[in-house]
Design a protein around this ligand. Sequence first.
Ligand code: PMP
Length: 283
Amino acid sequence: MTRIVYVDGQYLHHSLAGLHVEDRGTQFADAVYEVVAIRSGRPCHLDQHLDRLGRSLAALSIGWPVPRRVLPHIVAEVVRRNRLGDGVAYLQVSRGAAHRNHAFPADTPPSLVVSAWRQPGPSAVQVGQGVAVVTAPDQRWKRPDIKTVCLLANVLARQAAKEAGAYEVWLVDEARGVVTEGSASNAYLVDGRGRVVTHPDDGHVLAGITRCNILKLAAEAGIAVEERPFTVAEAMAAREAFISGTTATVLPVTRIDGRPVGSGQPGPVTLRLRALYQDLRPS
Ligand code: PMP
């Protein structure tokens, strides 16, 4: 099927869509992005994603490429032109294209790309059996709270996980000896008392939109949550573990570095949160 991508004011055929060779996103990873779930043609939690996009842009002093209120219309149009039912929309804003120089260019408009594609959620087997994660050093820069395209450390860690037969990698902050998050997901354990434990939103992790919604759902359901860092040893001794993210949704983790978590099967707290999240009406 024809794929259409929005680039700086134009809806272009995928094969013809491109950015300038000196786009700062390419040269310096000077760009931020969002991945938004699309269900039955409708974006999920778009306001929350645009809030976070605004925070990422502000953190890097990049302006909105178009007024924020226009972005939902562009996303809707890209979804419509691609006849997308279920999948994701990808929004990327870079500081723009300019002659290569580290300092910010003057008077250069930010560039905007919006694309969308079909993407299935986790498979029935992944949900039913849980997935494996492996651990690796967290080698990212010190601002993983900003959603930049500076993802090389995530890419290398995820590839190593894939080669080890795992679905995701859990990044370990070696200085503190704790799990921060996954390469593209937040990380959780469920302790012996049924409490959900996840790294706090304190600048060492990305504040996942799914994380935010799950923590709200947990509070409403009376499931205790502790936002504190945990070690790999703690996770291995946990009753349950899981990950969350826009594409992973809520996915049980049943093996960490080859060892079973708890019973080795998805646990009840994880499955309850997954069900609550599935039932959440996306706004
Ligand atoms: N952490 C990282 C490093 C990520 O890339 C993602 C995916 N964007 C997440 C967490 C989960 O965030 P969200 O729930 O907003 O998809």
